[in-house]
Design a protein around this ligand. Structure first.
Ligand SMILES: Nc1nc2c(ncn2[C@@H]2O[C@H](COP(=O)(O)OP(=O)(O)OP(=O)(O)O)[C@@H](O)[C@H]2O)c(=O)[nH]1
Ligand SMILES: [Mg+2]
Length: 325
């Protein structure tokens, strides 16, 4: 199961209490105060981890609590600090405060982190309260409580190129042709139920990340098919590749439909630089191919076959050019 939105509750550790204590030693009749301070409570930190790819784990555990600081003790011993709790999330996770709705951090680079709840400070022990007029203070501070917070975590994958197309157009086949990813491929619609990422190598030190998402159908914005929720995973890509099955229906009409669905989801997404890739050309006759070249689509386009690999270089060079511009 692929999960890209969860709500969790976090709580930092409370501070330990300060201690009330007096020196008691042989031959020291009136020992002064020696109660130590309480330790601070642990923070709750959310950190981006590139090893993770879904928020699934949070489905089963919603509450996260950092350790409490220990109380201070006699002989000026300070209580131990509570351990921080580090919660790992996939790259591309947006952390929001649920009540206010504001974004606390968009964790888009490896190792980036945000402290979402600060541990309570430890209370001062009675040794701190001694003054010239009160040399035996009988008071100490309690530790400050931890902070409770409701958060939402939303994953929006990070990729350079997003693949959009109707179900069965060959998106997953194309991703597996261009990268070493192994998405599920099958001859029926809605094979892909979760986004897949693949790294496409252009040259030795040049590559880009491509995202394959579930297929889109007309009316997706009204919830048809798998809906348009998955489009948020290509919201942050730099360019889009529209992949169309050229052996079926009307390629131009399909392209139009896809663009309209995207437009209804987000005009910014629909306005991204686009490339049209007409797939499954291995199934076409020479005349059909020639007539495809006449297509009026107003974006750079190419003919490919994700199964035979024909047109792969042309597509890669179109993508490279768009990424560079
Ligand atoms: N002949 C031919 N078949 C292709 C080509 N590309 C993909 N196919 C076939 O088309 C079918 C669907 O391919 P997928 O890659 O699963 O399509 P998809 O767009 O990822 O589909 P969804 O995940 O359902 O949206 C599979 O049977 C593929 O083998 C192609 O270039 N030529
Ligand atoms: Mg697929």
């Amino acid at each position: 199961m692929f999960i890209d939105y969860v709500e969790i509750e976090v709580e930092s550790g409370g501070g330990g209490d300060g201690c009330i204590s007096f020196r008691r030693e042989k031959y020291v009749p009136k020992g002064g105060p020696n109660g130590g301070d309480g330790g601070d409570g642990g923070n709750v930190i959310i950190k981006a981890d590139p090893q993770l790819s879904t928020l699934l784990d949070f489905r089963y555990r919603r509450k996260y609590k950092a350790e409490k600081g220990r109380n201070g003790s006699a002989a000026l011993c300070q209580g131990k600090r509570g351990e921080d709790l580090v919660i790992k999330v996939p790259l591309g996770t947006i952390v929001k405060d649920k009540s206010g709705g504001q974004i606390l951090r968009d964790l888009s680079s490896k190792g980036q982190e945000v402290t979402v709840a600060k541990g309570g400070t430890g209370g001062r022990g009675n040794a701190r309260f001694a003054t010239s007029t009160d040399q035996a203070p009988k008071r100490a501070e309690p530790g400050r409580p931890g902070q409770k917070r409701n958060l939402s975590l939303e994953l929006k994958l990070l990729a350079d190129v997003g693949l959009v197309g109707k179900p069965n157009a060959g998106k997953s086949t194309l991703l597996s042709l261009l990268s070493s990813a192994h998405p599920k491929i099958a001859d029926y619609p809605f094979t892909t139920l979760r986004p897949n990422l693949g790294i496409v190598k252009l040259r030795e030190f040049e590559s880009f990340v491509m995202a394959d998402i579930p297929g889109l159908v007309e009316g997706a914005h009204r919830g048809r098919g798998l809906g348009i929720g998955f489009l948020k995973h290509i919201e942050r890509t730099r360019i889009l590749v529209y992949l169309i099955d050229s052996a079926e229906g009307s390629p131009q009409g399909d392209f139009q439909t896809l663009r309209e669905e995207l437009e209804k989801f987000s005009p910014q997404l629909a306005a991204k630089p686009a490339i049209l890739a007409l797939n499954k050309t291995d199934l076409l006759s020479e005349t059909e191919r020639k007539s495809l070249l006449e297509i009026d689509c107003q974006v750079p386009f190419c003919l490919i076959s994700a199964t035979t690999g024909e047109g792969k270089q042309k597509l890669l060079s179109l993508i490279e050019r768009q990424l560079e511009s």
